[in-house]
Design a protein around this ligand. Sequence first.
Ligand SMILES: Nc1ncnc2c1ncn2[C@@H]1O[C@H](COP(=O)(O)OP(=O)(O)OP(=O)(O)O)[C@@H](O)[C@H]1O
Ligand SMILES: [Mg+2]
Length: 255
Amino acid sequence: MSLEKIQKKMEHLKMTHTLDLLSGMIDDAVKGKKSHLDFFDSILTAEIQSREESRIATSLKVSGLPKGMHLDNFDFLFQPSIDKAKVDNLSTCDFIRQRENVLFFGPPGVGKTHLAVGLGIKAIHLGYSVIYYKVEELLFQLKKRSEIPVYKQRGRAYVKNALVVLDELGYQAFDRHETHLFFQFISARYMKSSTIVTSNRSVKGWVDVFAGDHMATTAILDRLFHKATIFNVDGNSYRLKDFNQMIKESESDAN
Ligand SMILES: Nc1ncnc2c1ncn2[C@@H]1O[C@H](COP(=O)(O)OP(=O)(O)OP(=O)(O)O)[C@@H](O)[C@H]1O
Ligand SMILES: [Mg+2]
């Protein structure tokens, strides 16, 4: 069996990454006197690893999740109102298996988006399909879809992602039509797939977001809160961290 033949077969199987490593791996196996089984195992391990890396890279790109907001670069000491154990527990993504939701409430800059995105990234690593929307982007998509005749719509579009990260609910007020579309979206996902929502408004203010429609607001809240983990983040803005430090220092200099 010539090496060339094996390389052709690897190409056919699209084992391109491992193909590049092949001659080095053969040398290592000869030098290390590896058994056939160990050599075969190292080829498969390298291939699985490279496929997994490219799956993660593609899924991250497709998800639209902002870059750099990982759970492990979140400073929990800066934001003591966030229960780290609760975040650790969510990071197993069991909530996705249970089709539960996560809601982050709090003022600007306290880390709501960072944690929501961090959980989204973790979910992708664990193999779930994730999509990130700012509220205005979701509304745009929902309106576009609502213009397609029903018989042409693909039935499972609202639930095709195991996790939707919906960011910045509350900054923009919805009109009645948008409220109705949003209700349909939440209702379709209810008990079927998970949604993470971040909001700078407490639930009391949601009726103003949803066009003053009490019935729709209650129906949306009902579905989102049933089986949800809730964070009420109450702290300082991380964006103003350096600014606040500067003020503190100038105050202590003056005293
Ligand atoms: N505890 C933290 N540790 C590390 N970085 C943080 C922390 N909190 C916030 N940040 C960073 O500060 C910036 C603002 O945080 P984030 O976007 O999560 O705020 P937010 O609560 O979503 O605010 P807004 O309501 O304005 O959207 C981001 O760049 C984020 O990565
Ligand atoms: Mg945010």
